[in-house]
Design a protein around this ligand. Structure first.
Ligand SMILES: Cc1cc2nc3c(=O)[nH]c(=O)nc-3n(C[C@H](O)[C@H](O)[C@H](O)COP(=O)(O)OP(=O)(O)OC[C@H]3O[C@@H](n4cnc5c(N)ncnc54)[C@H](O)[C@@H]3O)c2cc1C
Ligand code: FES
Length: 358
């Protein structure tokens, strides 16, 4: 009897769930709505999709590194009219203050009526690009260095550390993922990205399968993780695994435009096979006494007689005069948190510790 009641309750709940989805998708027609941007421009859109998707389809590109899953929080925008109340999924990411200020997560907010929104001016500079794969090379067991020639437009202007969002097709629709640009910002006709293959990962599997001559679509540049080129302070870079990508762009920029600044470059890997582009950094260190390179392995490796241990312990051992430095970190969240603690204990102020976690 109890089992029968449970089956009935679960079945009923499932039915109601499907009914709500059906009503939302099929019966609800929001019609054509008007979106007003920054109190100056207007465009029409079909209601029913997320604000992020509507903006994307109208060539307004908003940072959305998680692909609209509601986890990165980058897609937040001020919606001054037509947004309704913040959803529970938004309250998990936005702070109460942001909600009071009118911020909404554009990937979660569905367009149902006319809306007035504010897009920061720098987002209006973000463009869509068509590129062609020039080369793709496996540099570790799971990381590929991929070079993309820009076809239309033929050049891109980005800051060392920023990322692009690469688009790919999935089940008759499209999705996208964020990848940091590893190339020198002056190499405008081509970009390099480094992609770690995630088992069953949609974006990384797509990118690993691309071959020279294939076409790719992406937008960018995005992100406020980039080198402060006006500063004269010592630069501390710390990379974990494929987190090397944006820091490579910073090191390449440093070599040609900022080599009078001291730089300490920490790179943590598991084994020598994961320490990709090692010779490039050794060469930089050989060229200038200002470039100090600290590669370190966390696993036992008989081929290695250099530093051993997690990368935050290596920074703890070597960094001096932290109060004079600014730091750029990129790698897994656990590494960023451990390194941040060490940098703070060495006197690097919190506001001068920038990072991208992925
Ligand atoms: C600002 C920014 C810059 C980035 N730059 C780079 C870059 O330069 N190079 C790069 O390779 N990646 C980069 N990433 C990560 C990248 O955007 C994707 O998240 C990553 O490639 C996984 O996407 P996917 O589509 O292959 O996996 P998904 O299809 O999104 O995920 C598949 C499954 O794998 C899990 N998963 C996702 N990521 C990981 C992970 N890292 N480790 C273990 N499991 C995971 C998911 O939880 C899910 O269960 C960046 C991310 C951000 C936010
Ligand atoms: S796109 Fe990542 S939270 Fe909205």
């Amino acid at each position: 009897m109890i089992l029968k009641s449970l089956i009935f309750i679960n079945g009923f709940a499932l039915f109601i769930g499907f009914l709500i989805l059906f009503l939302d998708k099929v019966i609800s027609r929001y019609g054509t709505v008007t979106i007003t941007l920054n109190s100056e421009k207007e465009f029409k859109a079909e209601g029913g999709k997320s604000l992020l998707r509507v903006l994307f389809e109208n060539k307004y590109f908003i940072p959305s590194a998680c692909g609209g899953k509601g986890t990165c929080g980058y897609c937040k925008l001020v919606v001054s009219e037509g947004g309704g109340e913040a959803l529970p999924t938004e309250s998990l990411v936005l702070t109460p203050k942001e909600i009071r200020q009118g911020y909404r997560m554009s990937c979660q907010l569905k367009v149902r009526s006319d809306m007035a929104i504010y897009i920061p001016p720098e987002y209006l500079e973000i463009k869509e690009y068509t590129g062609e794969i020039v080369s793709t090379e496996l540099v570790t067991s799971d990381i590929r260095e991929i070079k993309i020639k820009l076809v239309e437009p033929e050049s891109i202007s980005f800051k060392p550390g920023q990322y692009v969002q690469i688009r790919f097709d999935v089940d008759g629709d499209f999705d996208y993922r964020a990848y940091s640009v590893a190339s020198h910002p002056d190499t405008q006709g081509e970009i390099e990205i480094n992609v770690k293959l995630i088992p069953e990962g949609l974006g990384s599997t797509y990118l690993h399968a691309l071959r020279p001559g294939d076409t790719v679509y992406f937008s960018g540049p995005y992100g406020d993780f980039f080198l402060n080129t006006d500063s004269k302070r010592k630069i501390v870079c710390c990379a974990g695994g494929v987190g090397l990508a944006p820091l490579k762009a910073i090191a390449r920029y440093w070599l040609t435009h900022a080599s009078n600044r001291e730089i300490e470059f920490y790179f943590g890997s598991r084994t020598t096979k994961d320490l990709y582009d090692h010779s490039m950094f050794e060469e930089m260190a050989g060229k200038s006494p200002n470039f100090k390179y600290f590669p370190a392995l966390s696993d036992e490796d008989p081929e290695w007689d250099g530093e051993r241990g997690f990368i935050h312990t290596i920074i703890d051992r070597h960094l001096e005069g932290g109060y004079k430095a600014e730091a750029y970190l990129c790698g897994p969240p656990i590494m960023i948190d451990a390194v941040t603690d060490v940098l703070l204990s060495k006197g690097v102020p919190q506001e001068r510790i920038l990072y991208d976690k992925f």
